[in-house]
Design a protein around this ligand. Structure first.
Ligand code: 5AD
Ligand code: SF4
Length: 433
């Protein structure tokens, strides 16, 4: 009987890929069967996120529940960014935890499960050319890491302290991963990194120096790759060459996540983002001009220390000008080991909540308009998911979630679809004959 493995993955897509890597490494040692019920698992792993405070608090209550319900002899491990930042304190607070594995130590998973109370959290452990074994949770789409760590020093962000210095993964490894994914049935490649368009500044050994634009060309040239996506680019590194390649390369999907964080140049400076409101708007204008059908999503933090009403109005103004197709907005949450956590000019939490509400209310109205204006359009959709109600769903090239009536046999197909109605989260369509 194979052992059973339960993994809960929180946070970003990097974590999704890290979980896939852990599954692959464990399976290479002995076969595991995945389960969605922690009480029947022999191994329970929580792959954590520490970007905001709330998920960290939740971790310990969740661990307690897993421990109470677990099968006799089952092991519990904490992996990911919170593992990197809390390290052995996790075992102090929850002594039944068997191992702690930092976000940059994923390759050690098969070793640490064998030991008790092991804590592997070296944030500069170099996994950039580690040949991970294969496992993908989707046949249709493949996540591929292109770098590890982050060299920026945004003052709100804990990630450089949980994922360490930035190192690019060699281009031949990435291209090879893309080839393997295509051979296994994927048409879409999703390139992942903390700061993708900084790709190629540092490799750990002697490797061909290639920048992100060239990497995009190489990956899209792999036979069988029909779509390339990536996340996230940094607004500072959006040079003309990159935007032009994005515009003219037909394999690159026309949606981009461009994290603004704040519309106020003063706040951007306090955040050490390295760009101004004008630069951000200039890049977005170029993108919209060159790619009229592009969907742009963003992240915004409100209530950053020292954010005045006037600063917040700048964020509203930029949001009104850009009309992001999608926005993820958050109230600032002070994080340990970050510069901003030392700032003494905190915004009143009530004021921050009110700002968040105002921004989200505006964004909801934009999304309603955007979704309704898609009705009547024809889109190419890559179908990846079977729904429970006789429908299948997939993403349009510019990242709208589209549903049609259909069954399993259409999964993995790229179809032209006419949009017939819209809701807030998704569009309904009919395939064109
Ligand atoms: N507080 C609130 N939001 C944060 N983010 C990162 N750090 C913080 C923080 N301390 C947000 C940013 C980032 C997204 C992944 O999470 O907007 O882009
Ligand atoms: Fe991903 Fe950042 Fe969360 Fe780590 S802290 S899981 S890098 S979002």
């Amino acid at each position: 009987m194979p052992k059973k493995l339960f993994i809960e993955t929180l946070g970003c897509q990097m974590n999704v890929r890290d979980s896939e890597h852990m599954i692959a490494e464990l399976n290479a040692k002995e076969p595991y069967e995945m389960t969605s019920d922690s009480s029947e698992a022999d191994l329970i792993i929580i792959n954590t996120c520490s970007v905001r405070e709330r998920p960290v608090h939740k971790l310990f209550s969740e661990l307690g529940l897993f421990n109470k319900k677990k099968k006799v002899g089952a092991k519990i491990g904490v992996a990911g960014c919170t593992a990197s930042h809390l390290g052995k304190d996790i075992i102090k607070r929850a002594p039944y935890v068997n191992f702690v594995l930092g976000a940059r130590n994923v390759s050690k998973i098969a070793e640490v499960v064998e030991k008790d109370k092991s804590v592997e959290i070296d944030i500069n452990y170099d996994e950039s050319d580690f040949a991970f074994k294969d496992f993908r949770s989707s046949t249709y789409k493949a996540f591929i890491n292109i770098s590890i760590g982050c060299d920026k020093s945004c003052t709100f962000c804990i990630v450089p302290k949980t994922r360490g210095d930035e190192i690019s993964i060699p281009v031949d490894l990435i291209v090879n991963e893309a080839k393997k994914a295509v051979d296994a049935g994927a048409k879409e490649i999703f390139l992942l990194g903390q700061n993708v368009n900084n790709y190629g500044r540092r490799f750990s050994g002697e490797h061909e120096k290639v920048n992100f634009t060239e990497l995009l060309r190489r990956v899209s040239a792999v036979e069988g790759v029909e779509r390339v996506r990536f996340t996230s680019p940094h607004p500072l590194h959006m040079d003309d060459e990159f935007i032009e390649e994005f515009a003219k390369n037909p394999k690159i999907c026309k949606s981009m996540h461009v994290p603004l964080q704040s519309g106020s140049t003063k706040v951007l400076q306090e955040m050490k983002r390295g760009y101004t409101q004008e630069w951000f708007l200039n890049r977005i204008n170029k993108l919209r001009e060159m790619v009229p059908e592009v969907s742009i999503s963003t992240d915004i933090i409100v209530g950053f220390p020292g954010e005045s009403d006037a600063d917040f109005e700048e964020t509203m103004m930029v949001s009104k000008k850009v009309r992001f197709e999608q926005m993820f907005s958050f109230k600032y949450s002070p994080r340990p080991h970050t510069e901003a956590a030392e700032y003494t000019n905190a915004v009143d939490p009530e004021v921050a909540s009110q700002r968040l509400h105002q921004l989200q209310e505006f964004q909801d109205s934009v999304v309603d308009d955007v979704m309704h204006s898609q009705v009547g359009k024809t889109m190419e959709v890559y179908f990846e998911e079977l729904r429970s109600d006789g429908h299948i769903s997939g993403r349009s090239d510019n990242n709208f979630l589209v549903k049609i009536k259909g069954s399993e046999d259409l999964l993995g197909q790229l179809l032209k679809v006419k949009i017939i109605s819209a809701a807030r989260m998704s569009l309904n369509g009919e395939p064109l004959a």
